[in-house]
Write a protein that binds this ligand. Structure first.
Ligand code: SF4
Length: 396
């Protein structure tokens, strides 16, 4: 039986798809090659926005066209939130829901260089615009000892970079009575040897952490760690304090600015990516202007801009708030994209010529290979097989 898994959405979904594929391979399934018709097609969906739902449906239509005789199974967050809607699609044979009660470990194995390691799942925050807690359940995690064991296996299998992945990573430890900082320290402490008894070099990225949970001791530890990359991804979502209250976020702009300040003091070279949502209900002209001013003043490297879309069963829809027109949402998104381009350019220019460690990836793109520095600057060089999956000190 040949199987194809198609993944939409976040790194967590990619880690889970990879774990699922490995389970199927161990049970005698074969991976369908590119362009080959599969017997079983699994679509691991995302439902973070309306656009995500739309992309899920498009993928299902396309996969059915390409695999007319396959059993087509849909799972993931969209399948959890809207199983009836998917079951009604003529292309779909089965809808399978992931368990919400227990933690299911996962790590990706598709990429030779990088491993997405799931350390946490679910969220207890219930931001008023978000459906993820309904799709992913309550916050839970594996014990530190098991995560460390998974990380060790990934490194022994050849990964040189581990990306910690979860829904609300900073909340790690809620179900095991542990702390995220202790996980960070335990992962930093791993020593793995290759077959010639040399210590394997590796690095770790914290993919995304809520600002209120990115405590000073974590920032300080990353600044002094040899393994943790100077790379932060912090959700802001709005730069207006009134909006942050409406959205039921757990911080205000002052706390956010303080976190950025601490990182910059200790790691002027760190890459800081920031999630920004625009056009949320209640984002009046005045609040938007405050938001824009705040974001423009932040010394961060890039913005990840998301346009708000109304999600069924979220608390925000019951709140008496001004609705931002679609045209205005698009205009604000465009403005933040421009701010982001500018910040990224500034960040690249500021670090041009500096020497940083780059991990070269395996893809040969018309004779070029790519890699990322520890502070997430993408560089390229002519392809060389013996550089693949190795670290090199490079002038950026
Ligand atoms: S922190 Fe808020 S936005 Fe993020 S997953 Fe939890 S509820 Fe959703």
């Amino acid at each position: 039986m040949k199987v194809r898994i198609v993944t939409l959405g976040c790194k967590l979904n990619f880690a889970e798809s990879s774990a699922l594929m490995n389970t199927l391979l161990s049970r005698g399934y074969e991976r369908a090659k590119d362009g080959e018709e599969a017997d079983v097609v699994i679509v691991n969906t995302c439902t973070v926005t309306d656009t995500a739902d739309h992309k899920d449906r498009q993928a299902i239509h396309r996969l059915r066209r390409e695999n007319p005789n396959a059993r087509l199974i849909v799972t993931g967050c969209y399948a959890r939130l809207k199983p009836q809607e998917i079951a009604q699609m003529v292309e779909v044979d089965h809808v399978v829901q992931k368990p919400l009660e227990r933690f299911v470990p996962a790590r990706s194995k598709d990429d030779r260089t990088r491993c997405f390691l799931k350390v946490q799942d679910g969220c207890n925050y219930f931001c008023t615009y978000c459906t993820i807690p309904m799709a992913r359940g309550r916050s839970r995690n594996a014990p530190i000892s098991e995560v460390v064991q998974q990380a060790r296996l990934a490194l022994q299998e050849g990964a040189k970079e581990i990306v910690l992945t979860g829904v609300n990573i900073g909340d790690f430890g809620r179900s095991t009575n542990e702390q995220f900082i202790d996980l960070v320290k335990a992962l930093d402490d791993i020593t793995v040897y290759d077959t010639d008894n040399n210590i394997i070099n590796y690095r770790i990225r914290i993919s995304s952490c809520e600002p209120n949970l990115l405590l000073d001791d974590i920032i300080r530890f990353v600044a002094s760690s040899e393994h943790f990359a100077p790379h932060f991804h912090i959700p802001l979502q709005s730069g207006s304090d009134e909006m942050l209250r409406i959205m039921h976020r757990h911080y205000d702009t002052a706390l956010f600015a303080e976190r950025i300040h601490t990182i910059r003091q200790l790691m002027p070279h760190a890459f800081i990516g920031v999630d920004c949502m625009v056009g949320v209900r209640g984002e009046t002209e005045q609040r938007w202007n405050e938001y824009l001013r705040f974001v423009e003043g932040l010394e961060v490297s890039q913005l990840h801009v998301f346009t708000y879309s109304e999600r069924a069963n979220t608390r925000m829809l019951t709140m008496p708030l001004e609705v931002v027109s679609q045209q205005e949402r698009d205009r604000r998104s465009h403005i933040l994209h421009k701010v982001s381009e500018n910040k990224l350019r500034q960040f690249y220019l500021k670090h041009q010529g500096e020497q940083r460690w780059v991990l070269w990836e395996s893809r040969n793109n018309r004779g070029q290979m790519f890699g990322f520095s520890d502070n997430y600057i993408k560089v390229s060089r002519p392809f060389s097989q013996d550089k693949v999956n190795t670290f090199e000190l490079v002038a950026l």
